[in-house]
Design a protein around this ligand. Structure first.
Ligand SMILES: Nc1ncnc2c1ncn2[C@@H]1O[C@H](COP(=O)(O)OP(=O)(O)OP(=O)(O)O)[C@@H](O)[C@H]1O
Ligand SMILES: [Mg+2]
Length: 506
């Protein structure tokens, strides 16, 4: 990934793009790349000078000397320096974005100065590189600024970080290193998704804190990763305990998922298979869609990231898009992972076009493009109840590998669901006739069956406590009105729609 970032950067610079905005919180790594690139004789036979600007020190040369006699800490003065400079050069500005924020005093002055400068830069061999951790470009500059993402370190870079630690502390008697090649591999894999600095901190924490670095430290690196996911504020790290064993029925869906799981292996890569993209589960509420999403992660032993689309929406212009990019970036960083988007239609509820000046349409567009173009192994499990609110683009092939309909459980499935939910440590009578319960729960959902067991348990607890009987459960069923009755028409419509559009999960 790093190679293509450097290549992209080279191409943009050689093609004379005036402003490149590099999104990264790792200024040092960006600087390393730029330094490598400008010395590359093949593409820049005469080299390119480099100047670095910060608001605290103004323009400096790469070795930290002031680049000119004038005072250039002021953003507009900084731009004047770029204009006056004669010769081909790269002008790297760290954290320039706050000066273009229209809530800031004088932002309009800085924006105007950039626009004027952009006209001047064309054809001069001078390029401005803005490095910022967030993407914030005012609408006036959108057409002039090209955005580039600096990817997180590659496996080889993490490996170099680890080797650096081993070189530095390997001979120390106070630190225990016990890592064979497999152990190193595990550590490197666990680091994926961390910035260079975060990976260094995680390793240093083990070495300094515990005085050791062995394959067992993988867990503490993983918990570091959990922190990062939390900090993103939109993704939630789920420790899933439900496996397929806790999901009754849905045999076709489970089989399909088992098959796709093999698609993550190196063997599958060698065979030429693409990574599985994702699955869309639609259907009757309470029949196990969310449960399946959680079970996939546990079954595949991959982290489960719950993506709350509702939390993406921010109040500032461009904020929602920015959060979306960030969340997807984190998911890719943690890959291989499962990205769980629950109740997709709710997150896109503004799509009908009222009120949010197209933000949901853009968020939705971003999500679709990402799903189609992502190269990292992030498997998306999306669930939805109301398919009528889902735009048709979602269900087109190429986004999800398959769309399954999870409907009311059939007889055999209800039996499996009862068996799962009766496996409780509480005292449940031994003489329960499951056939009878299966019959009584015809047209009940999995959630309604689970609820009946809980109600029956409360009843028995309140009465004694005593054993939970079959009669308690039949009564609990009888007292609740199943959704298939209370919402009969909606469910019929859904089943009808699914017959033509989705694959049955059972
Ligand atoms: N097939 C099933 N096997 C076992 N338990 C089930 C099954 N379906 C539903 N349940 C029980 O019902 C609960 C709710 O199911 P789940 O949250 O997966 O439904 P859902 O399809 O996501 O519903 P919604 O559309 O309302 O989000 C589960 O936690 C589980 O206890
Ligand atoms: Mg659900």
């Amino acid at each position: 990934m790093s190679i293509s970032f450097s290549q992209d950067l080279t191409i943009y610079i050689r093609a004379g793009y005036p402003v490149l905005n590099i999104i990264s919180s790792e200024e040092d790594r960006v600087l390393e790349r730029i330094d490598e690139m400008r010395r590359d004789q093949k593409h820049f036979p005469n080299g390119r000078e480099l100047f670095i600007w910060t608001v605290s020190r103004g323009w400096l040369t790469p070795d930290g000397q002031a680049a000119c006699r004038e005072e250039t800490r002021d953003p507009v003065a900084a731009l004047a320096f770029v204009r006056k400079f004669e010769g081909r050069a790269l002008f790297l500005l760290k954290d320039f974005h706050p000066y273009l924020d229209d809530r800031q005093q004088n932002a309009s002055l800085a924006i105007r100065a950039v626009r004027d400068l952009v006209r001047h830069l064309t054809g001069t061999g001078k390029t401005m590189l803005w490095v910022s951790p967030v993407l914030k470009i005012p609408p006036e500059l959108e057409k002039d600024v090209t955005v580039l993402d600096m990817p997180l370190p590659t496996e080889a870079e993490y490996r170099a970080i680890l080797d650096g630690f081993i070189d530095r502390y390997g001979s120390s008697t106070r630190v225990v290193f016990d890592l064979d090649e497999d152990g190193k591999d595990l550590i490197v894999k666990a680091c994926q998704g961390l910035t260079k600095c975060e990976a260094e901190n995680a390793l240093a924490k083990s070495i300094v804190g515990k005085g050791r670095l062995t394959a067992e430290e993988v867990d503490s690196i993983l918990s570091e990763k959990e922190q990062i996911i939390r900090k993103s504020g939109i993704l939630e790290f789920w420790a899933s305990v439900d496996s397929f064993g806790n999901v009754g029925g849905l045999a076709s869906l489970k089989d399909w998922l088992r098959q796709r799981n093999q698609g993550f292996s190196q063997k599958a890569r060698d065979f030429g298979l693409p990574y599985p993209r994702g699955v869309l589960l639609v259907g009757v509420p309470g029949c196990g869609k969310s449960l399946c999403a959680k079970a996939v992660a546990a079954e595949w032993k991959k982290p489960l990231l719950k993506f709350d689309l509702g939390r993406v929406y921010g109040s500032l212009v461009g904020e929602s898009e920015e959060r979306m990019r960030k969340a997807l970036g984190v998911a890719e960083g943690v890959a291989p992972a499962i990205l769980w988007i629950d109740e997709l239609e709710k997150g896109l509820s503004g799509l009908s076009g009222q009120g949010d000046s197209g933000v949901s349409a853009r968020i939705f567009g971003n999500l679709l493009t990402w799903m189609e173009e992502k190269s990292a192994p992030v498997f998306v499990v999306a669930t939805a109840n109301d398919i009528t609110r889902l735009p048709p683009e979602f269900t087109r092939k190429g986004r999800f590998d398959e769309m399954f309909f999870v409907g009311l459980p059939n007889e055999q499935e209800r039996r499996a669901i009862w068996e799962i939910h009766l496996k409780r440590p509480a005292a449940i009578a031994a003489n329960i006739d499951i056939d009878e319960l299966v019959r009584c729960s015809n047209s009940y959902t999995g959630a309604e069956i689970a609820e009946a067991v809980v109600s029956a348990m409360f009843q028995a607890f309140d009465d004694g406590p005593r054993e939970v009987s079959e009669e308690d459960m039949r009564q609990a069923l009888a007292e609740s009105i199943p959704m298939s009755v209370s919402h009969a028409r909606q469910i019929q419509n859904m089943i009808h729609w699914a017959g033509e559009n989705a694959v049955p999960a059972s």
